[in-house]
Design a protein around this ligand. Structure first.
Ligand code: FPP
Ligand code: MG
Length: 362
């Protein structure tokens, strides 16, 4: 087995994936380095140094770089042109970073990737503008890659926005809370993970049915990845996450553990449901503060204070195990999608990414 290392950030997933095929490992190392250089170069190349600082803030702090890795792996099912797949890899990460800039504004996040979030450091208005610059850069890259990529990028941006709007709006009256949750995460997380694989593949001559199988794999991996994120929000520490622990609970996001707990009418979850504020309307969004006023903090402050007790109950009542089991279902479905693909070494890497998500601790 060859451990993939290189100049990618320390936090990058590439160092966690082991590949049996040394030639594939070498291509991935080189592709990830190429994507990294492009990402940093795009930010540094902004014509105003203040914009360069803003848009380079999160790119410079690293991240898992899951999406670029997936774009490169998608290309491996055809005949990848390294220059083109590296561009596709950078594109997927740029869209991701743009969405994080906007997400941190919505969540009033203080930290991201172990550093102050852009909104915390420069304010909401600046963070939104910086996210827009990144989206413009992504549009530019897509145009260079061609009409099919422009369509993929437009579609994924549309799905990201729909996912976030659904999360903010909550479920419709009478709508099953879990099916609403899966609708949300399909848009806010799975769409871009699937798109990364598709973009790498369509530029490498991968046959359409295999592109579809890769997209299907990505959709399931993406849902599992978000469930792992929801679980880590309550089980991991801020220092490991690089963002605040318990943020979903504090701001009232209907994460999977919360939804499972609220739907659980066993007596042993009664205290947990009370802590989670069952039956209470969600806190209003701070979208429209009175003119001149700061937006009020999102969520219910009491929830953050009760975090240790809430986490203990989520674990002891089996709620987290049920969330883990739903995550495992999606990982099984992701692995099943791979059966439709030819046995190239990249298939093992995609399998090992499922194992990574199953044991994810950051
Ligand atoms: C993170 O979820 C959610 C996203 C990264 C998607 C955000 C999408 C938008 C804000 C829509 C606008 C999209 C673009 C492209 C500008 P989370 O809050 O559960 O995860 P976290 O714990 O990492 O913050
Ligand atoms: Mg967030």
């Amino acid at each position: 087995m060859v451990a993939i290392t290189g100049t990618a950030p320390e936090s990058s997933l590439v160092s966690e994936v082991s590949i049996g095929d040394p030639a594939l490992a070498a291509r991935l190392v080189s592709g990830m380095e190429g994507a990294e250089q492009r990402l940093r170069g795009y930010a540094a190349g902004a014509s105003d140094p203040r914009v360069a600082d803003l848009v380079g803030h999160l790119i410079g702090t690293g991240g898992k770089r899951l999406r670029p890795l997936l774009a490169l792996l998608g290309g491996e099912f055809g005949t990848p042109d390294p220059v083109v797949t590296v561009k596709a890899a950078a594109l997927a990460e740029i869209v991701h970073v743009a969405s994080l800039y906007h997400d941190d504004v919505m969540d009033q996040a203080l930290t991201r990737r172990g550093v102050p979030s852009v909104n915390a450091r420069w304010g909401n208005r600046t963070a939104v503008l910086a996210g827009n610059w990144l989206l413009a850069k992504a549009a530019w890259l897509s145009a260079e890659l061609g009409a099919e990529t422009v369509r993929l990028q437009a579609r994924v941006t549309n799905r990201l926005v729909h996912g976030q709007v659904r999360e903010l709006a909550g479920s419709y009256d009478g709508q099953d809370a879990l099916s609403h949750y899966f609708n949300v995460v399909s848009g806010k997380s799975a769409a871009l993970i699937a798109m990364a694989l598709q973009t790498g593949a369509v530029h490498s001559g991968v046959p359409e049915n295999h592109v579809q199988a890769l997209a299907e794999y990505g959709e399931h991996l993406g849902v599992a990845f978000q469930i792992a994120d929801d679980i880590l929000d309550v089980t991991s520490s801020s220092s490991v996450l690089g963002k605040e622990q318990g943020k979903d609970l504090a701001i009232g996001v209907a994460s999977l553990p919360v939804l499972i707990a609220l739907a659980d009418d066993r007596p042993e979850t009664e205290e947990l449901r009370a802590l989670l504020g069952a039956g209470r309307a969600p806190a209003p969004d701070p979208d429209l503060p009175p003119a001149g006023a700061e937006a009020p903090p999102r969520g219910r402050p009491g929830r953050a204070a009760a975090l240790p007790r809430t986490v203990g109950l989520l674990e002891s009542t089996g709620v987290l195990d049920r969330a883990r089991s739903l995550m495992d279902d999606h990982l099984s479905r992701a692995r099943l999608s791979l059966a439709q693909l030819p046995d190239v070494p990249a298939k093992d890497a995609l399998r090992s990414l499922c194992d990574f998500v199953a044991r994810r601790d950051h």
